[in-house]
Design a protein around this ligand. Structure first.
Ligand SMILES: C[S@@+](CC[C@H](N)C(=O)[O-])C[C@H]1O[C@@H](n2cnc3c(N)ncnc32)[C@H](O)[C@@H]1O
Length: 368
């Protein structure tokens, strides 16, 4: 039997499977201009190791995997996944091009494959650090140790013997630490305002420009925990280097669609803790400026990013060529429906006091 808290955490960890299955679906439908060559390895690791995770049996793990990967995703979900992945990729790449030697810190990185794309392309100069619950991190670590290409990209060459029992999985050391890559098992809710003795800081370089990514992650923490996590990194960097934060997550807009989203999620045991607390871009601006004391705040919803708010397609953040390409992949009749869905997802950027800032961030057409 697992405790109610463990049960809740299991549900939160499982949201990584949702994100992964959405990317898998969009990838299979050729939404990404370059096919994701790494996704199959993380899926294989899940297939082998999910039964060894807390609260799963062979049967329940197989059922979960079947239901997430066999389900056909709607065209509007594939488009949303494409937009979110592409735009966060592009912003991350621009950050790296501007600062050359820098660091990407992915909170709740889950089974995201961005780290491999970035390190393969910019590995010499970029440090990539991912933090997630230890169990999720172990799934990724085993994907890396079982795939030479991934191991070469992150430069991790310690072999791990096949893990076949829950006991072996529980005992497996979660972390990977190499020159450019750190994969860390840590519950972000444990971060407090006290920096001393926090093991994360041994592996994060607080002296180089850093972009923190939170892609559907901070929404699972309550508002106080959100503030504490952001405050922790702010204090850790203490204006020694540029610290920027990019958050992508859903918001309720206090409307009927938001209420339906809340019901659908709570039926699955998911309670999005910032969803209603910061229901729109204005509330998020207030949170980032007043509570987090950040600056250079830029906000948009994803409908604006996809160019759904205007007939003028040049307003979209992606090129008209790419828009035309993805529009040809699957027919989306309900433009109003996709617009409504994407209006409920935001992309928020901000920085913490430092003498310079990320200049290229101005080139996109933010709403605020
Ligand atoms: C929806 S998934 C997103 C994964 C990834 N960022 C992506 O977009 O593909 C949310 C991730 O946040 C992680 N997460 C949520 N709360 C966390 C916490 N308190 N500490 C560490 N990781 C957490 C989950 O384990 C999961 O991997």
């Amino acid at each position: 039997m697992i405790s109610p808290q463990e049960k809740q955490d299991k549900v939160i960890r499982a949201t990584d499977l949702d994100a992964l299955s959405c990317r898998y679906s969009a990838n299979n439908k050729s939404y990404f201009s370059t096919t994701d060559p790494f996704i199959d390895s993380v899926i294989s690791s899940y297939k082998i190791h999910l039964p060894l995770c807390t609260g799963y049996t062979n049967m329940s793990a197989n059922r979960t995997l079947r239901s997430v990967f066999n389900e056909q995703k709607l065209p509007l979900i594939n488009r949303g996944t494409y937009l979110r992945t592409e735009l966060i990729d592009v912003i991350t790449q621009e950050f790296i091009k501007e600062f050359k030697k820098c660091q990407i810190l992915s909170l709740g990185g889950g089974s995201d494959t961005r780290c491999f794309r970035i390190l393969e392309e910019y590995g010499e100069n970029v440090r990539y650090c991912e933090i997630d619950f230890p169990e999720s991190v172990k799934i990724k670590k085993l994907a890396i140790t079982n795939d030479k290409r991934l191991a070469d990209i992150v430069k991790y060459h310690e072999s791990t013997k096949p893990i076949t029992s829950k006991e072996e999985f529980a005992k497996l050391e979660a972390n990977i630490h190499t020159e450019n890559y750190n994969l860390i098992g840590y519950d972000l809710r444990r971060l407090t305002g006290i920096l001393d003795d926090c093991p994360l800081l041994e592996h994060v370089d607080t002296s180089i420009p850093t972009l923190i990514l939170s892609e559907c992650v901070l929404c699972y923490l309550n508002p106080e925990e959100n503030e504490r996590v952001i405050d922790f990194w702010k204090k850790a960097f203490a204006s020694r280097a540029l610290l920027a934060l990019l958050i992508y997550e859903p918001m309720s807009l206090n409307d009927a669609f938001g209420t339906t989203m809340t019901h659908n999620l709570s039926n699955r045991g998911i309670n999005l803790l910032t969803f209603n607390e910061y229901p729109n871009l204005e509330a998020r601006y207030k949170f980032l400026s007043e509570k987090c004391q950040s600056s250079n705040i830029k906000l948009t919803d994803m409908s604006n990013v996809g160019g759904y708010d205007s007939d003028d397609k040049s307003k979209a953040w992606i090129s008209t060529k790419d828009l035309a390409r993805i529009n040809r992949l699957e027919l989306v009749d309900e433009i109003e429906e996709i617009r409504l869905l994407l209006k409920h997802y935001c992309l928020c950027y901000c920085e913490f006091p430092y003498e310079s800032s990320f200049k290229a961030i101005r080139k996109w057409k933010w709403i605020i």
